[in-house]
Design a protein. Sequence first.
Length: 705
Amino acid sequence: MAAIDCAAGGRMWLLHTASTSYALALTAQDAPKHVHWGPPLTLTQALSVVGPDPEPANSFDGAADGLEELAVDGGPRFGPPSLQVRFADGTRAFEWLFLGHEIVEGEGEALLRLDFRDRHYPLQVSLSYRVLDGVDVIERWTTVTNSGDIDVVELLRLDSAAWVIPPRTGYRLSETTGWWCAETQARRGEIARGETVLTSRRGITGHHANPSLMIDAGDAGEEQGEVWSAALAWSGSWRITTARTSDDRVSVTGGFGHDGVSWRLQPGETLATPKFLGLYHASGFGGSSRAWHDYAVKHVLPHNDEIRPVLYNSWEATAFTVNDQQQRALAVHAADLGVEMFVMDDGWFGRRTNDDAGLGDWQVNRERFPEGLKPLVDQVHRLGMRFGLWVEPEMVNPDSDLYREHPDWILHYANRQRTELRNQLVLNFARAEVADWALQWLRELVGEHGIDFLKWDMNRAFSEAGWPSNTGDPDRLWIEHTRAVYRIMDTLRAEYPGLRIEACGGGGGRIDFGVMARTDQMWTSDNTDAYDRLEIQHGFSQFYPPRAMAAWVTDNPNFLTGRTIPLPFRFHVAMCGALGIGGDIGTWAGEDLAYAREQIQLYKEIREVVQYGRLYRLSPPAADLTALSYLSPDGDRAVVFGFRTAGHYGRADAAVRLPGLDPAAQYVDEDSGVSHHGAVLLSHGLTLDLPAGDYASAVVRLRRV
Ligand code: GLA
């Protein structure tokens, strides 16, 4: 059970998660130092490891570097600061003065807040920690307040938290990096001495690095070994720095804003960071992933009691050429296949007939939809499906009425170019009138048409991110923009409780725990090639749960890679997440439609296991034989997916061992009726009966008897 103890005269705290402990204490100088993050300890045990305050080994070392809960710029500290301030008189160093703490134990959670102030200047800093019943993720954030009434305090860096990794050797960092159409590629390597920075300077979470990482001591595997992991719940620009000192201390500090972004904290103003989440797990990378999924499903994703519907999206079928008749025809085909949510993508508004015009003019294109959207929405509803629509609220094409009317609404600098990417510019949502405008048209659109689902897209990075009319503190747009996006999503959801949202950032540019708290699923990648997807989905699953991972079955040859892959393989890869169909189903052959109907039906039978189950990755990514298994929370059902991308030399496929099963139980294959011993599946594995050839796949459903 989540709980927090306090000892040492109110100067040491021990946090209990479901199966781990975390401890911190104050030094004689009132600085918060890290004590323990790992297996459960009692209070007495934790007290025994507090130890004396760190002493410098020589006149060049920072004794506390890599050991603090939030390293400040101040005193003999030489690592990356989590908090760096400049006061009005130019003083930069922060000196801790402890004011007190509060522990609030509520239903299913416990919260610890430590309050500090600077010894001289009017700046208050609070560190918050939250633990939740049944999970091991610890949520941390920092709040600062300018408690003076005259001077501004400049915040040069304000991270959410620093995570200290216990003393080990052989540290490795696992991260997911990539690019557009190649998101979340999992990488693992030794941590370099010095600093390793993962960051986004793009104004969004970004395709190039995900704000999440895992650290182990070089000895963890998929299902064994200690792993410390962290993820930032934020969808704007960010920075996470992993520091490894020469004497092998490792710590991670992270927060919103990238290097150089500052915030002028006005007298009386408070700034709270997003959450930086941490997890210790003793069962390897796979165990850590399952613990993150569990946290996401129980505490982050809204509506955790709801199964994700099978959706159809028209983007790859129709691109920008949508019209009423064609969409209605697609809707009939989709309903016939068993689709539950029909989503119309880009091209329905303004003069948006390709990507160089119309963004910002969110009125229905009457040439394409003479009676508006209502007839299409009604038809989709009559067919028994929900209706979804693509929007990209943060963007404008210069060729739009909106831009002609409000050229100052975009991010820009005086005397600088306004660089276009994908022919578009970014609206400055930090400006209240811009965010209000977006909320207003979105609420009218959703309300007037009875829209059930929005695909909220964001298709370019920030550049020339200025705000000329805000001469005092333009940098705050980096944070305020994202906050406005969150606020609009939250408001829409509150006003339309039935509305569901998909986060999309030109594919997987917005995948993080911040956006996940206000959306229902995330668009994983614009790359829908089933072969490439195996790797992208492998990376996605390191932190994010299958039920939030949108995956479509699309056409051959793939628009991006030109690859041709059999329909079963394409289906099975997409069935590993929240299944969608994205092909031009109006042109599919009868046998493909029949197969699709069957597979959608199969997915509906297994999706509870896929969307709520425990995921075991049974092979490394890009292996010739990739296998995954999902085990239902009660352990009664398992769904195993096998993918042979390439066979070699006529060799038989190796059996795949299925962790997590009950060795004493029998499991019956629901299709063949063959019965298997749990102990044998665990130790010798299951031989997947894959068809011959490359791109062969199978789904096996096992039930405990
Ligand atoms: C982005 C999305 C795609 C599609 C297009 C529409 O690239 O990721 O799925 O919606 O925009 O322009």
